[in-house]
Design a protein. Sequence first.
Length: 210
Amino acid sequence: MSAPWLLIIDPQRIFADPASEWCSPFFPAAMENIARLAESVGPERTLVTRWLPTADRATAWGDYFRAWPFADVPAEDSRYELVEAARGLSAHPTIDEPTFGKWGSQLAERVGWVENPGTHLLVTGVTTDCCVISTVLPAADAGVRLSVVTDAVAHSAAENGPPALHTMSLFPPQVDLRSTDEILADRKLLPDHEAPDVQTPRQMRAWGHG
């Protein structure tokens, strides 16, 4: 099995800036864990996406931007830039899409999906209840293996994240939910990473401790 890819969904200023209507209060904590994962996986196996406001306004996206006029600005606007902490985490250009979901031809080609249908994605980013779940479910339907890293995704609000995580948990074995510590402790998944000393609940169960 090839090494997994770390997918960082939309770590952009529009979701991190406290002045933004779309700011996630969970972004800073998620970004800390994303950085830990990126350090372990490395820039060659890390991919970063951006959501850009380039959808056809003749579709229902036109209604969407009328509902959120602050976001209806050119794609070059600074609010769509990556946050400083996300820059340099990937050796690849960003995958830019006008859709909530990021699973599509660009991402599939970047991970070599056709040549390697055993591709495994570690899914992180923002927001759990919008762009993350919109990426995970179509990818799962295509047959991708996905691990949603529960403490490396940022909810739009406290009440919105848990239902989205629960929904994604209903799609095993394509989708599983793990913490950052569980990912970093899995030597089969990240064989070159020095696992932490702390035993996670999953490890304890596997080793017969409860």
